[in-house]
Ligand binder design. Structure first.
Ligand code: HEM
Length: 329
């Protein structure tokens, strides 16, 4: 009897702790959060992204990557946007991020329309979705209601941001630490279907990787192609498509390239070496088979999970007036 009572108490306490933990984690974003407070918020962000995209299509992959970097460090709280000598944006992992101006532009217009209402963190999440749509991916509904953080430290990227030399086990761990499973990992890395990488992040695979030459996981015919694009000891900032042949279209050819040994980043190509990650890559490529998965559908689902990492809601954080600095009171 006493045992039963004890078990019941343990159960109740556990339940309460779980509820408290889930509200602290703040899974209370919802689709249409601004429908009464700033009804045009999503359309203002969309048209801003569109007008910048027309002038410079590279902002689409830029904004998608920016949202990922924001979410993996201190949660999706726009900490990546804060200026400062030791802020997150100064970290090596943030090198080559682009799209800051698009966010500032959208924020400026939103502050005119409905001051102090729409967070920079939500602008990032919505702009990432709009970027996928502009590159011919499938849309998804983005839950909103995030609030902005007030802290941004370059050192917080250490250990949180996945690295292009990480093993699959480390990548799985880093994603798991953010509540994302192996399926999410493969799906989200599929974002590399658009955009580019600088020669300096993968040239080490092309020259003296082993005593006999290039990384053996690269298709030998592709090695010479990449060596021509990134000659040894030349401009390391030169940008090369992550999805050869289809870098401006949100499709599954990135995964087909992995199957052919044409991954650009070491971490991308590794998705084809690990049994479990390889299985997901194959399922994206066999969309009509019984185990096939639609990359576009899965991408929206995994993005909603990623966009909810450690979000601040309710009375946490603030709504920044200018995305590059915390408010002054
Ligand atoms: C295993 C995890 C990941 C690693 C190691 C990784 C690493 C990288 C690296 C090194 C670049 C090249 C940056 C440059 O040289 O300009 C890059 C680009 C990019 N990443 Fe990732 N990434 C990962 C996951 C993701 C995820 C989850 C997303 C979004 C959901 C994403 C979106 C992008 C995009 C769109 C680009 C192209 C950026 C541009 O063209 O401006 N990445 N990534």
């Amino acid at each position: 009897m006493e045992d039963n009572c004890f078990n019941q108490t343990v159960f109740l306490v556990t339940l309460l702790l779980a509820i408290a933990a889930s509200s602290v984690r703040g899974h209370s974003t919802r689709v249409g959060f601004y429908s009464s407070t700033c009804p045009r918020a999503e359309s203002i962000i969309k048209s801003t992204v569109e007008s910048h995209f027309k002038l410079d299509p590279t902002i689409a992959p830029g904004l998608l990557r920016m949202h990922f970097h924001d979410c993996f460090v201190r949660g999706c709280d726009a900490s990546i946007l804060i200026d400062g000598p030791n802020a997150e944006k100064t970290a090596p992992a943030s090198q080559f991020l682009k799209g800051y101006k698009v966010i500032d532009d959208a924020k400026f217009q939103l502050e005119c329309e409905c001051p102090g209402v729409v967070s920079c963190a939500d602008i990032l999440a919505l702009a990432a979705r709009d970027s996928v749509v502009l590159t011919k991916g499938t849309s998804w509904a983005v839950p909103t209601g995030r609030r902005d953080g007030t802290v941004s430290n370059a050192s917080d990227t250490d250990g949180n941001m996945p690295g292009f030399q990480d093993t699959i086990d480390v990548l799985k761990q880093k994603f798991a630490a953010k509540g994302l499973n192996t399926r999410d990992l493969v799906t989200l890395v599929g974002a590399h279907t658009i955009g580019t990488a600088a020669c300096e992040v993968f040239s080490y695979r092309l020259y003296n990787f082993t005593s006999t030459g290039a990384d053996p996981s690269i298709n030998p015919a592709f090695v010479s192609h990449l060596q021509a694009l990134c000659p040894q000891n030349r401009d390391g900032s030169r940008q090369i498509a992550l999805d050869t042949g289809s870098a401006d279209r949100f499709d599954t050819s990135f995964f087909a390239n992995l199957r052919e040994g044409k991954g650009i980043l070491e971490s991308d190509q590794r998705l084809w070496t690990d049994d479990l990650t390889k299985r997901f890559v194959q399922r994206f490529l066999e969309v009509r088979g019984s185990l096939g998965l639609s990359f576009n559908v899965e991408f929206g689902k995994s993005m909603v999970k990623m966009s909810n990492i450690e979000v601040k809601t309710g009375t946490m954080g603030e709504i920044r007036k200018v995305c590059s600095k915390v408010n002054e009171y």
